[in-house]
Design a protein around this ligand. Structure first.
Ligand SMILES: Cc1cc2nc3c(=O)[nH]c(=O)nc-3n(C[C@H](O)[C@H](O)[C@H](O)COP(=O)(O)OP(=O)(O)OC[C@H]3O[C@@H](n4cnc5c(N)ncnc54)[C@H](O)[C@@H]3O)c2cc1C
Length: 436
C-alpha cells in the first residue's frame, strides 16, 4: 500500500490523485489537503464567474473525491498546521499542488498606491476568496487601466464592463455585483508592452468583448502588423489577431450607445504609477518598439489617467518552510516534478503560472511515474490515520468532503435568482455551514 499526501485541491492536485488511482487501483491511499474549507482552487477562485461551463470540470474532480481511497482534508494549511517533515514521516510521497497564488510585482514606482490591485486580489474579490473579500476596489472614477495582455486581463476588462443583467447565470459574489452596479468606469485602457502578434489572449475571450452591451473595443490600425504576416501565426493566435483587426472596423452605428471604451494600447510599457494623497491618479507609460521579439523603450513618454489599476502580469508560488524554492521563476525548485525523493510538485507550483486547466493533467501522470520509481510498494507508513492523530492533538477543524457537500448545498440554497450559488466569503461561515 502506498500513502500519498497531495497539498492543494486545484486541478493539478486532482489530476495527480486520478493518476495515482489509475496506477495503483486499491493499492494506494490519497489525502488531498487544502488550506481552505472548500475544494478546487482556481476553478472556484480564478476562473471567471460568467464562465460556468469551464467551472463544470469540477464534476470530474468530485468523482475522484467520492472514490473510497481518496479523502479531502480541508481547512489545513501545510507549513502552518502541519509541517512538510511531519507529512513525509506519515506518507510515502508528498506532492505540492499549491498553485501560484501571489501576484508578481511590476517593480515600478507607485505599486503601493491605493487603487492599484494585483489580479489575484481583484479576481479573488469578485470570486469571493476569503483573503480578498474585503478588497473594496474603488470604481467611482471614470478611468481604469489593466496592465497585461493575457486572458486574465480580458477577464478583468469583461467584469468591469458588464451590466448587472449580463451577470445573469454567473456566480459573481453579491458584494462585487453591488459595487460594480455603482461603477463610474467609462474607459478601460489595456496596456501591452509588445504588439498584437504577442498577445496571450484566446479567441473565445477576445471575441466575447465584441458582443457586450456596453463595451466598445478600440484598436489603433497602425499597431497591427501587415496582414500577410498573420500567416506565420498558429491558428488560434491568427484568430485572436483577426478579432483585433475586426475591432478596427466596427461601424460607427454599432458603437453608438456603448458607454465603456476599451482601448488596446500596444507597445506601451508602464514606467510609474502616479498618485496624489496616496491614491493612484494615472500611469506613466513609455512607447516601445519590438527588437528581436523584445520590447525596447523609444524614449517617448506619455500619461493616461487612472483611478483604478489592475495588474495582470502573472503569479508566483508561496514558499513553504524547508522546501527548496526557485526565486527566479517563482516556483519550487524541481526536476521534472521531483524536488527530492518523497517530495514532489505539480501544476503551477511546478511549472509556474502558464497553461490552461488541462495542461496540469500530464503533470499529475508524470509525477506518479516518478513516485512509482521512488517508493515501490510503499514503506507501510501510517498515512491518513497518522494525520488524524495529529489533527486531533492540535484540535484542527478539518473539513471533509461530506462537510464540503453541506457548504455546497447551503451556497446553492442562498443563491440569488438565476445564479448557481452565492459563495460564503468568510472561512468561519463555511465551517458553520459544514457543521450545521
Ligand atoms: C484569473 C484566472 C482565470 C483563469 N481562467 C481559466 C480558464 O478560463 N480556463 C482555463 O483552462 N484555465 C484558466 N486559468 C488557469 C487555471 O486556473 C490553472 O491552470 C489551474 O488552476 C492551476 O492549477 P493548480 O492546481 O496548479 O493550482 P490552483 O488551482 O491554484 O490550486 C492550488 C490549491 O492549493 C491550495 N494551497 C495553497 N497553499 C496551500 C498550503 N500551504 N496548504 C494547503 N493548501 C494550499 C490552494 O488553496 C488551492 O486550492 C485561470 C487562472 C486564473 C488565475
Amino acid at each position: 500500500m502506498r500513502q500519498i499526501a497531495i497539498i492543494g485541491s486545484g486541478p493539478a492536485g486532482y489530476y495527480t490523485a486520478e493518476a495515482a488511482q489509475k496506477q495503483w487501483g486499491d493499492e494506494v491511499r490519497v489525502d488531498i489537503f487544502d488550506s481552505l474549507p472548500v475544494p478546487y482552487g482556481l476553478i472556484r477562485f480564478g476562473v471567471a464567474p460568467d464562465h460556468q461551463s469551464i467551472k463544470g470540470v469540477s464534476r470530474r474532480y468530485e468523482a475522484t473525491s467520492l472514490s473510497n481511497n481518496v479523502r479531502f482534508v480541508g481547512n489545513v494549511m501545510v507549513g502552518r498546521d502541519v509541517t512538510i517533515a511531519e507529512l513525509q514521516e506519515l506518507y510515502d510521497a508528498v506532492v505540492l499542488a499549491t498553485g501560484a497564488p501571489h501576484d508578481k510585482k511590476t517593480g515600478i514606482p507607485g505599486e503601493d498606491l491605493r487603487g492599484v490591485h494585483g489580479s489575484a486580489a481583484f479576481v479573488g474579490w469578485y470570486n469571493g476568496h476569503p483573503q480578498f473579500a474585503e478588497l473594496d476596489p474603488d470604481v467611482s472614477g471614470q478611468n481604469a487601466v489593466v496592465i497585461g495582455n493575457g486572458n486574465v486581463a480580458l477577464d478583468v476588462v469583461r467584469i468591469l464592463a458588464k451590466t448587472r443583467a449580463e451577470f445573469h447565470g454567473s456566480d459573481i459574489v453579491n458584494h462585487a455585483l453591488d459595487q460594480l452596479d455603482h461603477s463610474q468606469v467609462r474607459k478601460i485602457t489595456v496596456l501591452g508592452r509588445r504588439g498584437p502578434h504577442q498577445i496571450a489572449m484566446t479567441p473565445k475571450e477576445l471575441g466575447e468583448l465584441g458582443h457586450l452591451e456596453r463595451a466598445n473595443p478600440h484598436v489603433d490600425p497602425a499597431d497591427l502588423p501587415p496582414v500577410e504576416e498573420d500567416a506565420a501565426l498558429d491558428p488560434g493566435q491568427r484568430k485572436s489577431v483577426a478579432l483585433l483587426r475586426g475591432f478596427t472596423e466596427i461601424p460607427a452605428a454599432d458603437r453608438e450607445g456603448k458607454s465603456i471604451d476599451v482601448e488596446f494600447d500596444f507597445y506601451a510599457a508602464p514606467k510609474a504609477l502616479l498618485g496624489a494623497d496616496g491614491k493612484v491618479s494615472g500611469v506613466e507609460i513609455e512607447r516601445t518598439r519590438l527588437e528581436g521579439g523584445k520590447a525596447v523603450g523609444t524614449g517617448e513618454i506619455y500619461t493616461v489617467p487612472a483611478e483604478l489599476v489592475v495588474v495582470c502580469i502573472g503569479y508566483q508560488t508561496s514558499p513553504i518552510p524547508d522546501v527548496p524554492f526557485d526565486e527566479k521563476n517563482g516556483r519550487f525548485a524541481n526536476e521534472e516534478g521531483r524536488i527530492r525523493p518523497g517530495l514532489y510538485c505539480v501544476g503551477w507550483a511546478r511549472r509556474g503560472p502558464t497553461g490552461t486547466i488541462g495542461t496540469n493533467r500530464p503533470d499529475g501522470f508524470a509525477v506518479i511515474e516518478k513516485i512509482a520509481e521512488d517508493v515501490g510498494d510503499g514503506a507501510a507508513k501510517p498515512g491518513g490515520e497518522g494525520f488524524d492523530r495529529i489533527a486531533s492533538e492540535r484540535t484542527l477543524a478539518v473539513v471533509t468532503f461530506d462537510d464540503w457537500h453541506k457548504i455546497d448545498e447551503a451556497e446553492v440554497a442562498r443563491a440569488r435568482d438565476g445564479a448557481p450559488r452565492e459563495k460564503f466569503v468568510a472561512v468561519q461561515d463555511m465551517i458553520d455551514a459544514a457543521r450545521s
